[in-house]
Design a protein around this ligand. Structure first.
Ligand code: SF4
Ligand code: SF4
Length: 401
């Protein structure tokens, strides 16, 4: 393998995008899901969260990972779950990370962002907060995230704003029901002095069950692209929408900003609550499992030398996309989206803007079964009316209150 990891000092430094493709010494976008426990049961949860896994890493094991990240000079981690704040050692781990030069951005549904917690967060320069919200109105949001979740998220944003926390993030998964609310999301973010982050609905975890009903229709994909071109400055998108760059006619301003390649195992990876390391947060499946942080060599060994990540850093075949004029910008789209819809990894994305994905989806295919499901067994479906209770089982069992 030729990569940044083993480049002789005498060789010239390659372009940034080439460095990314060949892998870096340490991930630049490391997601760490601390727990599968969650007070909500969002229908599209990428990690099928709900119940705590009894094998969850202990506080000491988590601190050992942070020590390793510090040694590897990983400057920040995205902490998620589940709802990470339900771990009784959550704040202890956040403090431990920031004291060890590992900044923290954590995603939350807002459950524990009380005025006191907001004040504590506002006092730190190294912690960022991302509040999940999938509708700019309670009706749209709660249909996906559960009754009361809109009010909970907005209360958290208000508490953060009141405490003087600057630049919280509002994180939105774009669906066919909220894609028309992008202006309203932006206004909501402006109201709280927050930044809007919009991401793609991937058919991962429970998202696989609702993807057909929720992913934006072709004309909505176009509207989303147009909105991003017109209003996307200052809106965070990560690597979510590079497949939409294929709408560009090549004119200046037509390309979307952000990472325009699949960074799985190259610059991106996931550590899950039991220490398993996957190529990407949206690829929780044994096919993308690279190792476990508790094995000899720890996270560094998995990141730098696992067979899977080594393979992902090799030049990938364009396959059926090779003859497409848009391949340079679209790169065939998202590996996880293809995998979980049962499409070949070296073919078009299921939401290919040229329409090739749709024809493939209409053909014979078999979709893989997720190998981890921590759902609580409550019926998960898009709600047409609020449920009579949020959950049938206490998902926080095992946690100190
Ligand atoms: S598999 Fe998809 S979500 Fe994961 S890094 Fe690649 S493009 Fe991003
Ligand atoms: S054919 Fe492939 S490269 Fe072309 S737009 Fe579709 S997914 Fe992208």
């Amino acid at each position: 393998m030729t990569s940044m990891l083993d480049r002789p000092a005498s060789q010239p430094v390659p372009r940034l995008v080439d460095q990314f493709e060949r892998g870096l010494d340490a991930p630049i976008c490391l997601t760490w899901e601390l727990t599968y426990a969650c007070n909500l049961a969002c229908v599209h949860c990428l990690s099928s969260s709900g119940k705590r896994d009894p094998r969850e890493l202990s506080t000491e094991q988590c601190k050992a990972i942070i020590d390793e990240l510090q040694r590897m000079q990983v400057f920040y981690v995205n902490i998620g779950g589940g709802e990470p704040t339900v771990r009784s050692d959550f704040w202890e781990l956040v403090d431990y990370a920031t004291e060890h030069q590992v900044g923290v951005k954590f995603s939350t549904n807002g459950l524990r962002i009380t005025p006191e917690v907001a004040a504590r967060l506002a006092a730190s320069d190294y912690v960022d907060v991302q509040i999940s919200l999938d509708g700019a109105t309670a009706e749209v949001n709660d249909a996906v995230r559960g009754a009361g979740s809109f009010d909970m998220a907005v209360r958290a944003l208000q508490n953060l704003a009141d405490a003087g926390f600057r630049d919280a993030k509002i994180s939105v998964v774009v669906t066919r029901h909220n894609v028309s609310q992008l202006d309203e999301f932006k206004s909501l973010a402006d109201r709280f002095g927050a930044t809007l982050r919009i991401t793609r609905l991937r058919p991962s975890g429970r998202g696989a069950d609702v993807w057909d009903d929720l992913h934006p229709r072709p004309e909505q994909q176009r509207a989303l692209y147009d909105w991003l071109v017109a209003h996307g400055e200052g809106v965070l998108t990560g690597d979510s929408f590079f497949h939409l760059s294929a709408f560009s006619d090549g004119s200046p301003g037509g390309a979307l900003p952000g990472l325009n390649l699949c960074g799985a195992g190259r610059v991106v990876c996931l550590i899950d609550p039991v220490g398993d390391v996957y190529a990407c947060p949206f690829a929780i499946h044994e096919n993308f499992l690279a190792g476990n942080v508790t094995e000899p060599g720890g996270f560094r060994e998995v990141w730098q030398h696992s067979e899977l990540f080594t393979e992902l850093r090799e030049p990938q075949s364009a396959g059926a996309c090779a003859s497409c004029n848009h391949y340079d910008s679209c790169r065939g789209g998202c590996m996880a989206a293809k995998f979980f819809t049962g499409l070949p990894l070296d073919g078009p994305d299921p939401e290919c803007v040229q329409g090739y994905g749709e024809s493939l989806l209409a053909g014979d295919r078999s979709t893989p079964t997720p190998n981890k499901d921590h759902s609580r067994g409550v019926p998960l479906q898009l709600m047409t009316r609020p449920p009579s209770r949020d959950c049938d089982e206490n998902p926080l069992a095992g946690f100190a209150r």
